[in-house]
Write a protein that binds this ligand. Structure first.
Ligand SMILES: NC(=O)c1ccc[n+]([C@@H]2O[C@H](COP(=O)([O-])OP(=O)(O)OC[C@H]3O[C@@H](n4cnc5c(N)ncnc54)[C@H](O)[C@@H]3O)[C@@H](O)[C@H]2O)c1
Ligand SMILES: [Zn+2]
Ligand SMILES: [Zn+2]
Length: 362
């Protein structure tokens, strides 16, 4: 099968013929139908999230089951599924306490000593990203990375739910408790931020302020529910938000992952409010913030990982939200591309020219 292989950091992905193993116990072989392109893939390419090459990236997929391994009972050939990197064991203290997205086993692949799921044409092992590797025509995944969805859900839009939508929507719906009328700021209107923005709209938030450095994104943001937009390149965005909210917002979602925008997020948060860190700051960087500000104004700062998901429960709901019109996914898709357009797609992402790009497989 064809796949885009990361051979080195900061270099174009290589389109190669690779091989994929047959499903082992508990595994499912899928035909990839579509894969969104998330900034976290770019973080890996740029080395700000560690993952040694050679590997196959891609972690926002939807697909169709082709075959199942021994003991798989949740899926059958022909099922339509979404893949999620929050693979869960079901028995650890995080899974049993209702926070399966923190399951430590999600980073494990096949048991040590087993053969690799993916190999290149020379027979050398290729690392699988997040048990998914969706920049490939097929995927071999643990069944607990997958959720079955309705057959009438279009798979190119279902793919978005695999990471970006679940991350952003879940940050608003699961990680924090936004009340109707609360003021909400979204910093960064990429796939993740636009989903958080929709989560704020779905909860009945009052002012929903979108902040981005690319003013063209505000057309999309307004269609998805933004009441106000702040151009981060035109004056001080913190002052603009303070003005719009009368002293700071109830919730500020940082959906970029940069040191200055994390600092802005805390500064935009009002007394008693909460800053939600959704963007991934490169792991080598620290963010200085004024601790006294947190104490004296009782501000909270929380991380939000993968939308605090219970994806087998959340994703079918998000599919319903799309089909009943509450969740807008068509507006989030800037372009549908073929796998061989992937390097151009990362260039467009770097320049901030796109909301979400989706690879569609034949
Ligand atoms: N927490 C999680 O579990 C999780 C999951 C998925 C992705 N992420 C992270 O979320 C972040 C966003 O991902 P994405 O795919 O939406 O990215 P993206 O590149 O599509 O969007 C980023 C947006 O930020 C804007 N931007 C960049 N610099 C800016 C600045 N200085 N001021 C204002 N706006 C600016 C861009 O114009 C763009 O609209 C990434 O860091 C990604 O790794 C986190
Ligand atoms: Zn992602
Ligand atoms: Zn677990």
């Amino acid at each position: 099968m064809k796949a885009a292989v990361m051979r080195a950091n900061n270099a174009p992905l290589e389109l190669e013929e690779v091989t994929i193993d047959a499903p082992g116990p508990g595994e499912v072989l899928l035909k990839t139908a579509a894969s969104g392109i998330c900034h976290s893939d770019l973080h890996v390419i740029e080395g700000s999230l560690p993952m040694p090459p050679p590997c196959i990236l891609g972690h926002e997929p939807a697909g169709i089951v082709e075959a199942v391994g021994e003991g798989v009972t949740d899926f059958a050939e022909g099922d339509h599924v979404i893949g999620c990197l929050s693979s869960f064991c079901g028995t650890c203290r995080f899974c049993t306490a209702g926070r399966p997205y923190l399951c430590p086993t999600q980073y494990e692949g096949r048991p040590l000593g087993s053969q690799a799921r993916l190999k290149d044409a020379s027979g050398a092992d290729l690392l699988q990203f997040a048990n998914l590797s969706s920049f490939a025509e097929k995927m071999l995944c643990p069944e607990r990375s997958l959720v079955k969805i309705r057959d009438d859900m279009p798979l190119d839009r279902a793919a978005l739910i695999g990471c970006g939508v679940t991350t952003g929507l879940g940050a608003a719906l699961n990680t924090v408790n936004i009340r109707a009328g609360d003021s909400v700021v979204i910093i960064g209107c990429g796939g993740v931020g636009l989903a958080a923005l929709q989560g704020a709209r779905i909860t009945g938030a009052g002012k929903i302020i979108a902040v981005d450095a690319q003013p063209w994104k505000f057309d999309v943001a307004r269609k998805l529910g933004a009441t106000d937009c702040v151009d981060a390149t035109d004056g001080d965005p913190v002052a603009a938000v303070q003005e719009l909210t009368g002293g700071g917002a109830n919730y500020v979602f940082e959906c970029i992952g940069l040191v200055p925008t994390v600092q802005q997020a805390v500064a935009m948060t009002g007394r008693g409010g909460t800053t939600v860190l959704v963007g991934v700051v490169p792991i080598t960087e620290m963010v200085p913030i004024a601790a006294a500000d947190l104490t004296l104004q009782e501000k909270n700062v929380t991380g939000s990982y993968m939308g605090s998901n219970r994806f087998r429960f959340d994703m079918p709901n998000y599919v319903e939200f799309y089909l009943d019109g509450r969740l807008k996914l068509d507006e989030m898709i800037s372009s549908r591309i073929a796998l061989d357009g992937i390097n151009d797609a990362f260039e467009s992402m770097k320049k901030g020219e796109v909301a979400r790009q989706v690879i569609v497989f034949d």
